[in-house]
Design a protein around this ligand. Structure first.
Ligand SMILES: Cc1cc2nc3c(=O)[nH]c(=O)nc-3n(C[C@H](O)[C@H](O)[C@H](O)COP(=O)(O)OP(=O)(O)OC[C@H]3O[C@@H](n4cnc5c(N)ncnc54)[C@H](O)[C@@H]3O)c2cc1C
Length: 467
């Protein structure tokens, strides 16, 4: 009989059969089987095993629906290093190594990532490049309109975007399959010894020793005691924040020493994404390699390729695309928008592509296909190939829109990635070190206390809140 399932028949451990009854206790209880919950489980099991401390119920992951049914399973799947914030770059450099070292298991394609910019972004990107060099990250930086144009045309001969004055070309980043990568993490976690139980909803947390530490979780399948709890619930983090009675608002220390008014701890953004129905394998660079991921940030005028109307003028806008062999098309998106509703009125379920409420707006199709045509001549008229389907999803963000990774109530570790996180394949490695008592220098700039200490990350000029 399979160790993880009650099924007597042959089982590959990844099929949802009737789950074994919930264990009554475990050492590490992880809520959420998205990228972070599974990556943490995998790394934790490997480390416990190497210390000879891994037991049957050392690491249990509870998932209310199925593996990859949250944000990780609808992510665009893009992995990059370039962030304006040094702390984010260090975190991403560590994760890019994890992607590359486990490329096959995690469906990773290191096709490269190109950050293509107008003048307004040039200085910031040049700093990013210099710092990438310092940490030994493999990238190339091209500056000046004509050199950029030549570089792009050498690679993509029909390139035609105007007003580009810098290109940062990362060589080892790229993309993965959204669900495929998470299923890869699932396999790695299970084969390392984690128990991943699907269809188990955590409804409440119990503190019983007077210290505030969480001693157990109440779930749809009963109670499970734990020594340490990890909340890796993605956009559902707010529910656990509330149960733990953590503050709904924060006051951020300003450079002059005064504090902001109350700022809500959580808010939500909607990501608009879409696809062209084309054969991704037919898109090659001039030297026959797979396309890199292309991301453009510019304030050039964007004119509709369909109607000739102006879509953007004198504002920064951004978009991205990639021929994606996993989705069998060209997939991409544009800058997200804020969901201006009180957070308690935002329904997360049904989530992602199943949501009727949070789908790309009517304007998205024209904007994204016109941006493709702005960049490459062959995309002239490509709106005819736009797939009419549900896409995108919503993400939960923090007051400064950067991650918060921290410990609360003695034994609760919360992973709140502020929707930056598919690319953070290695976060679980760093979090598992902290769970085992070793502080991570890389995670130090992401503590909750940074708000009251005024230790915020620098802000870039990108139209994306997470650049
Ligand atoms: C449309 C879209 C595109 C994106 N594209 C990218 C990208 O290209 N690159 C990138 O780096 N990032 C991207 N992101 C962000 C990225 O997807 C998220 O930051 C990341 O997947 C979050 O991972 P997670 O493990 O924290 O959460 P999730 O993947 O959401 O996993 C959390 C899990 O917890 C479960 N859960 C919740 N509540 C409970 C409960 N009470 N009991 C049990 N289980 C529970 C959920 O069902 C879910 O499966 C994108 C996000 C969206 C929405």
């Amino acid at each position: 009989m399979c160790f993880f399932h009650t099924s007597q028949t042959k089982c590959n451990c990844l099929e949802v059969t009737k789950i074994m009854s919930l264990p009554t206790k475990c050492d590490y209880l992880i809520i959420g089987a998205g990228i972070h919950g599974l990556s943490t489980a995998w790394h934790l099991c490997k480390k416990l095993s190497s210390k000879g401390q891994l037991k049957e119920n050392s690491v249990v992951v509870l998932e209310k629906s199925k593996v990859a049914n949250g944000a990780s399973g609808v992510a665009c799947g893009i992995v990059r290093n370039n962030y304006y914030q040094p702390a984010m770059r260090r975190l991403m450099a560590h994760s890019v190594n994890v992607w590359n070292e486990n490329a096959e298991a995690l469906t990773y394609k290191p096709v490269g990532y190109m950050q293509i910019n107008s003048e307004l972004m040039q200085e910031g990107m040049s700093e990013v490049y210099e710092q990438q060099k310092e940490i030994g990250f493999d990238s190339e930086f091209i500056e000046g309109a004509s050199d950029c144009d030549k570089y792009m045309k050498d690679m993509l001969p029909d390139w035609q975007a105007q007003g580009i004055t810098s290109v940062l070309h990362e060589k080892k980043t790229g993309y993965g399959a959204n669900r495929g990568a998470i299923e890869g993490f699932h396999k790695l976690a299970v084969s390392a010894g984690a128990k991943v139980l699907e269809g188990v909803t955590v409804n409440n947390l119990i503190s019983s020793n007077g210290s505030g530490a969480v001693s157990a979780a109440e779930t749809s399948e009963g109670k499970i005691e734990c020594t340490q709890l990890v909340v890796a619930a993605g956009p559902w983090v707010r529910k656990f924040w509330e149960i733990l009675e953590l503050p709904n608002t924060v006051n951020i220390k300003k450079p002059d020493g005064s504090f902001t008014d109350d700022i809500p701890m959580w808010s939500y953004m909607a990501l608009e994404e879409g696809e062209l129905e084309v054969d991704p394998r037919s898109y090659k660079t001039a030297n026959g390699t797979e396309y890199p991921v292309i991301h453009v940030d510019t304030e050039a005028t964007l004119v509709s390729n369909k109607t000739g109307d102006v879509i953007h003028e004198n504002v920064m806008w951004g978009f991205y695309y990639k021929p994606d062999v996993y989705r069998d098309g060209i997939q991409g998106g544009s800058s997200p928008y804020d969901i201006n509703k009180p957070v308690n009125d935002i329904s997360l379920d049904p989530y992602g592509h199943d949501s009727d409420e949070f789908q790309p707006r009517a304007s998205f199709e024209d904007k994204w296909t016109s941006a493709l045509a702005f960049c490459q001549k062959q995309f002239d008229g490509c709106h005819a190939k736009y797939k009419k389907q549900k896409a995108g999803g919503i993400g939960c963000v923090t007051p400064d829109r950067f991650p918060v990774f921290d410990r609360y109530r003695e034994n609760v570790y919360i992973i709140a990635d502020a929707n930056h996180g598919y690319k953070m394949a290695g976060l679980g490695d760093l979090v598992s070190n902290e769970l085992l008592g070793e502080k991570s220098e890389i995670l130090e700039p992401f503590r909750f206390s940074r708000y009251e200490e005024g230790k915020l990350h620098p802000v870039s000029k990108s139209p994306f809140p997470w650049s």
